[in-house]
Design a protein around this ligand. Structure first.
Ligand code: NDP
Length: 321
């Protein structure tokens, strides 16, 4: 079976396709024929070494497909089930051998490529909007990279929960996508100063929460836009890892809170994973738009990484075996 293997850390060129022997499922494992794997920014951090991983490894934490074999003691899934996953490695492959407890049954109303597109970024948007800062009709939030994978889903979920949503995007075309997802105020932050625009629109410090997956380039400025006791959620590093924040900056900006959450803790047990998927799949059946912005074949995984890091993608990028 063909798979992308990383044998040394580095740029997109380290993603190389290889022919591997298919593995037998061990205890607690299932083998899945992969219909689609999802590309996420974390794949680039792991490839480049920002997030440590043991090499060699098959990248890709997200995907969907059909179970073709199960190991001893597996009761959660059976051969023939359509399943999806969002936090286990090995997805850039024709076949993946995965822990059955991390596989979620895909409902009939969701195609496999849509399920692959929804899992990691959708679960992230879910915990950010429901738990990290529970949004409601009185809330005002800023979502950076509003036309990205997390951004489009988080915007729609925030609007479902009744919040006022500001977004930033890199281009006019992305602004159209962000507006279509429901954003109230869309700022092209490559052309205008986002802090000035937010203040112009909402007055001084109008935000309860900022969801910032861009990181280094935007987190420090955002502190000046939060109301007293507001929350900065630094959840990613698309522009680079955030420089250390002086606790005194939190104090002088209004006794602010800063958090750096990760999805892994929010779906650590199967009950949490299934409960979040339940909401997400329900919303998908009720109009939550899943934008698949680009599809790349397995052998072009490096091009997919270049596109994501080059800021030219929107919504979900899939890698299809
Ligand atoms: P996106 O589809 O949002 O792509 C990243 C976007 O970031 C780009 O399209 C671009 O949008 C923007 N960006 C701004 N500056 C840069 C830069 N210098 N280089 C590249 N992109 C830049 O990616 P994802 O939806 O996969 O992830 C979004 C963020 O969320 C990432 O930081 C990711 O690590 C994080 N994340 C965190 C999780 C967690 O649990 N902590 C889980 C999932 C994702 P634009 O052109 O509009 O600025």
């Amino acid at each position: 079976m063909r798979a992308v293997v990383i044998r040394r850390l580095g740029g997109p060129e380290v993603l190389e396709i290889e022919n591997l022997d298919p593995s037998e499922p061990g205890p607690g494992q299932a083998v899945v024929e992969v219909a689609a794997a999802g590309l996420n920014f974390i794949d680039t951090y792991q490839r480049g070494g920002l997030y440590p991983v043991e090499i060699p490894f098959i990248p890709g934490l997200e995907g969907a497909g059909t179970v073709t074999a199960v190991g001893p003691d597996v009761t959660k899934v059976k051969v023939g089930d359509r399943v999806a996953w969002g936090t286990v490695a090995g997805s850039y492959a024709e076949q993946a051998t995965l822990p059955a407890a991390r596989l979620v049954p895909v409902p009939d109303h969701l195609a496999s490529d849509e399920a692959a597109a929804l899992m990691l970024q959708g679960l992230t948007a879910h915990y950010l909007a429901v738990d990290t800062y529970p949004l409601g009709p009185e809330s005002s939030c800023l979502i950076h990279a509003g036309a990205g994978g997390v951004g489009l889903l988080l915007t729609q979920i925030a609007k479902r929960l009744g919040a006022t949503v500001y977004t930033t995007v890199g281009t006019a075309a992305k602004a159209e996508l962000s507006k279509a997802a429901g954003a109230d105020h869309v700022i092209v932050y490559t052309e205008e100063d986002f802090a000035e625009r937010v203040t112009e629109i909402g007055g001084p410090r109008p935000l309860d929460v900022i969801y910032d997956g861009v990181g280094k380039a935007t987190v420090p400025t955002g502190l000046g836009l939060l109301r007293p006791f507001g929350l900065m959620v630094a959840f990613g590093n698309a522009s680079g890892a955030v420089d250390p924040v002086d606790p005194l900056d939190l104090s002088t900006n209004g006794s602010l809170f800063l958090t750096r959450p990760t999805l892994f803790h929010h779906v650590a047990d199967r009950e949490a994973l299934l409960a979040r998927c339940d909401d997400l799949f329900g919303w998908a059946d009720d109009g939550l738009g899943i934008r698949i912005g680009a599809r790349f074949p397995l052998e072009a995984a490096a091009d997919a990484h270049r596109a994501l890091e080059g800021r030219v993608t929107t919504g979900k990028v899939l890698i299809e075996p």
